[in-house]
Design a protein around this ligand. Structure first.
Ligand SMILES: C[S@@+](CC[C@H](N)C(=O)[O-])C[C@H]1O[C@@H](n2cnc3c(N)ncnc32)[C@H](O)[C@@H]1O
Length: 457
């Protein structure tokens, strides 16, 4: 491994006696992790059906190491959104940020969705998750990942945080900033990042982080909590960003993160009298824990006047619900308040009552796309299939994971369903009780309506 001289010197300064152990960690095996999506399945139930050899990630209740040979991304349960594949230390930020049901949450640098999918699981279908990324191409992956995971109380944005912060001032109960960074914690995993670091190192990212973190604080309501994280070790991008925030926003304070064996405390040398308690920050180093590397800081905004931060609620849309949509919804027992159904260009959305006026924002998805109105009929969307549980739709075809029709369905093929003769009409195809997508059944064959872009290749 060819690490840049400048990087090695900065790590030597930081790690002192531990530096050799850090270098030695480059000889260790790469780590692979998956996180059970508790929005769809409890960890306990997943472990009962998991075909993989899993070892718990000790500081993440729903996180597990898997063996490289298991290939969990090529399994029907992955398509059912039962887990998300994520580097183990990257599971820490969303795990550490406390989320209460009903919270209005913002994930500012969210693509491809590793933290958002866990924040949504913690919301458990309540409140609202606004998830954003400045990169248009990356928001496409973000949308797919939140939809596969079954998240419906959401809005996906593709905006500059500077624009959002003017609009959503003191709006959020919780803000997560997984900042763009020089990626030093990913060097073991991906050699290409070393080259990128040489071109854009900590100095470049530090300026972006300083701007982002101030916008994050502005959007937080009094008493709200914010989590700042990076996958880099550089103090310039980590403690310096936090110090910059605390210098500029005196109402923000660092709070304790539940300790765990191997967590390394933040460095305090840039903070003269330790007035900011930078040691409350946490670093994960690969020579101390089985994770590639991360930095996390948890902060709270003061609420001196004990302001009761009631959530904004929007007016209803008063949309006339077409008969074909009514007929379809009669088969759905998900709790849908038709006051918040909005129809634009024949596409039907179920929008969160907590979402502010979206005009002027670059929106990738506002709410749950229920489906599309086509000449006197309604076609349900892939996102709706993923948001439903098997119990919430009254025409399901449930196949066992060993049934060869499951993979054929995921590949886009028409499948025989003679054994489900009563399934005529729109049917929700499920694997072991977990929805995969729609099909149109005539009682003997299921015409495939699985979203073409998501097919098993
Ligand atoms: C570390 S990655 C986020 C990973 C993501 N949180 C996850 O867990 O899957 C940082 C993201 O920040 C985005 N980004 C870069 N500059 C940004 C900015 N000024 N505002 C918002 N997002 C930005 C990048 O496009 C990138 O997707």
């Amino acid at each position: 491994m060819n690490l840049p001289e400048k990087y090695l010197n900065s790590m030597k300064d930081m790690l002192k006696d531990d530096f050799d152990d850090y270098l030695e960690s480059f000889n260790d095996k790469r780590l692979y992790g998956l996180r059970v999506n508790n929005l769809k399945i409890s960890t306990e139930d997943f472990l009962k059906i998991s075909p993989f050899k899993l070892t718990p990630i000790p500081w993440i209740e729903n996180g597990f190491y898997y063996e490289e040979t298991d290939k969990p991304a090529k399994h029907p349960y992955y398509y059912a959104g039962l887990y998300y594949i994520q580097e183990p230390s990257a599971m820490t930020p969303a795990n550490v940020l406390p989320i209460d049901e009903g919270d209005v949450v913002f994930d500012m640098c969210a693509a491809p969705g590793g933290k958002s999918t866990e924040l949504a699981a913690k919301l458990n279908g309540t409140g609202l998750l606004i998830t954003n990324d400045i990169s248009n191409s990356r928001t496409k992956a973000l949308l797919k990942n939140v939809e596969v995971s079954g998240v419906y109380n959401l809005c996906v944005l593709n905006e500059d945080p500077a624009k959002i912060s003017g609009r959503f001032t003191e709006f959020f109960d919780k803000v997560l900033i997984d900042a763009p960074c020089s990626g030093e914690g990913m060097f073991r995993k991906d050699n290409k990042l070393i080259k990128a670091w040489e071109q854009s190192g900590p100095e470049v990212y530090s300026a972006i982080q300083k701007s982002i973190i101030i916008h994050g604080a502005k959007m937080l309501r009094p008493g709200g909590m914010m989590l700042y994280s990076t996958c880099t070790f550089s103090s310039l991008e980590d403690e310096e960003s936090i110090k910059y925030l605390l210098d500029n926003c005196p109402d923000m304070k660092l709070v304790d993160i539940k300790p765990y064996e191997g967590f390394t405390k933040g460095f305090t040398d840039i903070d003269n009298d330790n007035k900011y308690n930078l040691d409350k920050c946490v670093r994960i180093f690969p020579h101390k824990m089985h994770g590639e590397g991360h930095f996390v800081a948890l902060l709270k905004k003061d609420n001196p006047d004990d302001i009761n931060n009631a959530h904004y609620t929007r007016g209803s849309f008063n949309t006339k619900i077409p008969d074909e949509l009514k007929d379809f919804l009669a088969n759905v027992s998900m709790d849908i308040d038709t006051k918040y159904i909005n129809i634009r260009d024949n596409r039907v959305y179920y929008i969160s009552r907590y979402m502010a006026d979206e005009k002027g924002l670059r929106i990738i998805r506002n709410g749950l796309l229920l489906g599309e109105l086509k000449k006197n009929r309604f076609e349900p969307s892939q996102a709706l299939a993923m948001a439903l549980t098997m119990r919430q739709y009254n025409n399901c075809i449930n196949l066992s994971v060993d049934d060869e029709r499951v993979v054929r369905y995921l590949k886009g093929e028409t499948i025989d369903v003679d054994d489900f003769a009563d399934s005529k009409g729109w049917a929700l195809l499920c694997v072991d009780g977990y929805p995969l997508g729609w099909g149109k059944s005539n009682g003997s064959q299921l015409k495939n309506k699985y979203l073409a872009g998501w097919r098993w290749m």
